[in-house]
Design a protein around this ligand. Structure first.
Ligand SMILES: Cc1cc2nc3c(=O)[nH]c(=O)nc-3n(C[C@H](O)[C@H](O)[C@H](O)COP(=O)(O)OP(=O)(O)OC[C@H]3O[C@@H](n4cnc5c(N)ncnc54)[C@H](O)[C@@H]3O)c2cc1C
Ligand code: SF4
Ligand code: SF4
Length: 559
C-alpha cells in the first residue's frame, strides 16, 4: 500500500502519517527564537537581566552565586549600581502590563551585597596577551574598562589624578546613598585582578598623553567632567560654594563651617545630594531650581526623599541677584517657566513671570548646576567637540590608539552609562590590538524587543512587587546611614519569580502541548530545545499565541 493510500485512522492517535501532511496549507511558519527583553535593551551597560534573574529563582546559594557571576560579566559593581542606578530597565519592564515592573535594581543590590558578605571573587584575568594599556581616570568608566581588559589578558595601569580611585562613586555621591565601604570593597575586588594604580598622576597635557601613547599599546581617557559650572553674576563672595567641592569635602571628613540657613541652586542629582547632605548636618535648606517639580532632572525618588527629609523646594524659580552686604545674604528670586522651543533643542531658557518676585535669606549659597570636562590641556592633542572628547560614535578618539568614555565623552551622565562605555571601550581596544574573536556587541533597540502585547498574561498570576525598605526619616536625618535597606530573607526569591523571562524560552512546553497538529517536537539537542515539523505545521499560530513570553515568531512564507 502506498503512502497516499494510508487510511485515515478512525481513533485518536499520536502517530504521524503522511495523510496529515497539513504543512502544505501553511503560509507562515513558527520559529522558536531568543529575543531581547525590553529591560535588557534599555540597560546602558548591557545587563542580561532575564538570564540572571532566572538563576535566582533556583533559590540556593549556588543559584545566587551563578546569578551574580552572570551580572559581573557586564558590571563588576552590582552593590554600587544596586543603590545608584536610575534603572531605565524598570521603566521599560513588560511586567507593568500586569501590575508593576520587576524590581531589577533591588535584586542587583541583593546579589551585590551577598557577594561582598560571602567574599565571592571575580573571574580570573585572561591569558597574558603581552600588551599593555593605560587607563586615565579611575572612576566607574576607567575601572570598568580596566576590569574587562584584564579579563582579556591585557596589562593595565590606571593613572588617577586624586589620591585614590573611585571617581564620583568615592568623592561625589554621598555616604547615605552609597556607603564608602561598599564602593571600596567592589573597587578593591577589581584591582585585585592585577591592575596597577598610579595615584596623584594627572594626565592633563598633550605632552603627557603623548608620553603614554609611546609607552603603552593603547590609552583610554576616562577623566570625567571635573569643571563645575558657575554663576558669575552672583559675584565671588567666599560664602558662595560649589556643590562638588562641598560633597568631596564632606566625603573626606573636612566639612566646611556653615551657618544655619543654606540655599542650594540646581535641580539635578548632585543638587539633591548637596541639599540632603546639608539636612543631615542640621541645616535649613532652600533648594532653588529652574525646572518645575515634574521636570526636575534628578531621579524622582531622590526628589521625594529630599522633600521627606525637609528640604524646602522652590521649583520653577531663579536667583536673579544676590546681596552679599549682610551676614545673612539676601537672594532676590523670580518664578520662571522654561521656554519650550529652547528645551526641545536641549537648551535651558528661563522666562521670568511678571510680579512673581520673592526673597530668600541664606548664610551660604551652594551652586550645583552641573559640570563640564576639564580639557584645556588635553585638547591640544585630541579633538574636542561640544566640550567633550570627540569620538567616532563608538569609543575611538581622534588619535590612533586613543579611546574615550564616561562623562568626558557623553552627556548621558550616569554610572551605568560610564560602566557600559568602559566595557565597550575595552572591547574596541582589544579589537584594535588584534585580540581574536572580538565581535561587535549587537545594538538592539526597543523595536527589536518583546513588546507588552506579545506577553500572554494568562500564565502570570498577579503578584505585587517586593519593595526594599527605606531607613526611617528621623534616623536618616540623624546620621549618614544607607537609605536603601536591602531585601530581607526570601524577598529576592519572591521578586525574581515575578520576572516573565521575556524573549527567553524556559522550556515550559506550552507550544508542544497546544499544537493541534502535534507539529512541535522536543529537540533537546537543539539550542532552541524545540523543532517544528514542517510537513505537519499548518501555520495556525496557536503556539506563538500560547507562548507566555514572546519566544516564537511567525515567519511569512512565500511558495
Ligand atoms: C553628586 C553626584 C551624584 C550623582 N549621582 C548619580 C546617581 O545617583 N546615579 C547615577 O547613575 N549617576 C550619578 N551621577 C553621575 C555619575 O556619578 C557619573 O556619570 C559617573 O561617575 C561618571 O563616571 P566617569 O568614570 O566618567 O567619571 P568620574 O566618576 O568623574 O571619574 C573620573 C576620574 O578621573 C580622574 N581624573 C580627572 N582628571 C584626570 C586627569 N587629568 N588625569 C588622571 N585622572 C583624572 C578623577 O579624579 C576621577 O577619579 C552623579 C554625579 C554627581 C556629581
Ligand atoms: S544597571 Fe541600571 S539599567 Fe542596568 S539592569 Fe541595573 S538597574 Fe537596570
Ligand atoms: S518581566 Fe523580566 S524579562 Fe520581562 S521586561 Fe521585566 S524584568 Fe525584563
Amino acid at each position: 500500500m502506498s503512502a497516499q493510500e494510508t487510511p485515515v485512522p478512525t481513533i485518536w492517535t499520536t502517530g504521524w502519517t503522511t495523510v496529515f501532511d497539513t504543512g502544505t496549507w501553511r503560509s507562515q511558519l513558527p520559529v522558536h527564537t531568543w529575543r531581547p527583553a525590553p529591560c535588557f535593551v534599555s540597560c546602558p551597560l548591557g545587563n542580561e537581566i532575564p538570564l540572571w534573574i532566572r538563576s535566582i529563582t533556583g533559590g540556593s546559594e549556588e543559584d545566587y552565586k551563578a546569578a551574580w557571576e552572570k551580572v559581573v560579566e557586564n558590571d563588576p559593581f552590582p552593590a554600587v549600581i544596586g543603590r545608584v542606578c536610575h534603572h531605565p530597565c524598570e521603566t521599560e519592564c513588560n511586567r507593568q502590563a500586569l501590575e508593576q515592573s520587576v524590581a531589577i535594581n533591588s535584586l542587583e543590590q541583593y546579589l551585590g551585597d551577598l557577594a561582598l558578605e560571602k567574599g565571592w571573587t571575580l573571574p580570573p584575568a585572561g591569558a597574558a596577551q603581552g600588551k599593555k594599556v593605560a587607563v586615565v581616570g579611575g572612576g566607574p568608566a576607567g575601572l570598568s574598562c580596566a576590569y574587562q581588559l584584564r579579563r582579556f589578558g591585557y596589562d593595565v595601569t590606571i593613572y588617577e589624578a586624586r589620591d585614590a580611585v573611585g571617581g564620583l562613586l568615592k568623592f561625589g555621591i554621598p555616604e547615605y546613598r552609597l556607603p564608602q565601604a561598599v564602593t571600596d570593597a567592589e573597587v578593591k575586588r577589581v584591582l585585585d585582578m592585577g591592575i596597577e594604580v598610579k595615584t596623584g598622576e594627572a594626565i592633563d597635557t598633550g605632552e603627557k598623553l603623548e608620553a603614554l601613547r609611546s609607552s603603552y599599546d593603547a590609552v583610554f581617557l576616562a577623566v570625567g567632567a571635573q569643571k563645575a559650572k558657575r554663576l558669575p553674576y552672583l559675584g565671588d563672595d567666599a560664602r558662595i560654594l560649589i556643590g562638588l567641592d562641598f560633597l568631596e569635602a564632606v566625603r573626606r571628613g573636612q566639612t566646611p563651617t556653615l551657618g544655619d540657613k543654606v540655599a542650594v541652586i540646581g535641580g539635578g542629582s548632585a543638587a539633591m545630594d548637596v541639599a540632603r547632605t546639608l539636612r543631615r548636618l542640621g541645616k535649613a535648606v532652600q533648594l532653588i531650581a529652574l525646572e518645575g517639580r515634574n521636570e526636575l532632572p534628578a531621579q524622582e525618588e531622590e526628589v521625594v526623599e529630599a522633600l521627606e527629609e525637609g528640604v524646602s523646594l522652590f521649583d520653577g524659580a531663579m536667583v536673579a541677584s544676590l546681596d552679599t552686604s549682610k551676614p545673612l545674604m539676601e537672594l532676590s528670586c523670580k518664578k520662571v517657566v522654561l521656554d519650550k522651543e529652547a528645551l526641545a533643542k536641549g537648551e535651558i531658557k528661563p522666562i521670568p513671570l511678571e510680579g512673581s518676585d520673592f526673597k530668600l535669606e541664606a548664610h551660604q549659597v551652594i551652586v550645583t548646576i552641573g559640570q563640564d570636562p576639564a580639557l584645556d590641556g588635553l585638547e591640544k592633542a585630541v579633538a574636542v567637540e561640544s566640550g567633550m572628547i570627540k569620538t567616532n560614535g563608538g569609543p575611538a578618539a581622534s588619535l590612533p590608539g586613543v579611546f574615550a568614555g564616561g562623562d568626558v565623552a557623553t552627556m548621558d551622565r550616569y554610572v551605568s552609562r560610564a560602566i557600559g562605555q568602559g566595557k565597550e571601550a575595552a572591547r574596541a581596544i582589544a579589537a584594535y590590538l588584534g585580540h581574536p574573536e572580538i565581535a561587535p556587541l549587537p545594538a538592539y533597540t526597543l523595536d527589536d524587543a518583546v513588546a507588552r502585547n506579545e506577553i500572554n498574561p494568562f500564565y502570570f498570576p498577579i503578584a505585587p512587587r517586593e519593595e526594599r525598605e527605606h531607613t526611617a526619616v528621623a534616623e536618616r536625618l540623624g546620621s549618614f546611614a544607607d537609605v536603601k535597606i536591602g531585601y530581607r530573607e526570601g524577598q529576592a526569591l519572591a521578586e525574581a519569580d515575578r520576572c516573565m523571562s521575556c524573549g527567553t524560552c524556559v522550556e515550559c512546553d506550552n507550544c508542544y502541548v497546544f499544537c493541534p497538529d502535534m507539529a512541535v517536537k522536543k529537540a533537546p539537542e537543539k539550542e532552541e530545545y524545540y523543532a517544528v515539523l514542517e510537513q505537519y505545521c499548518k501555520g495556525c499560530g496557536l503556539c506563538a499565541a500560547e507562548c507566555p513570553r514572546g519566544c516564537i515568531i511567525m515567519k511569512q512564507e512565500s511558495k
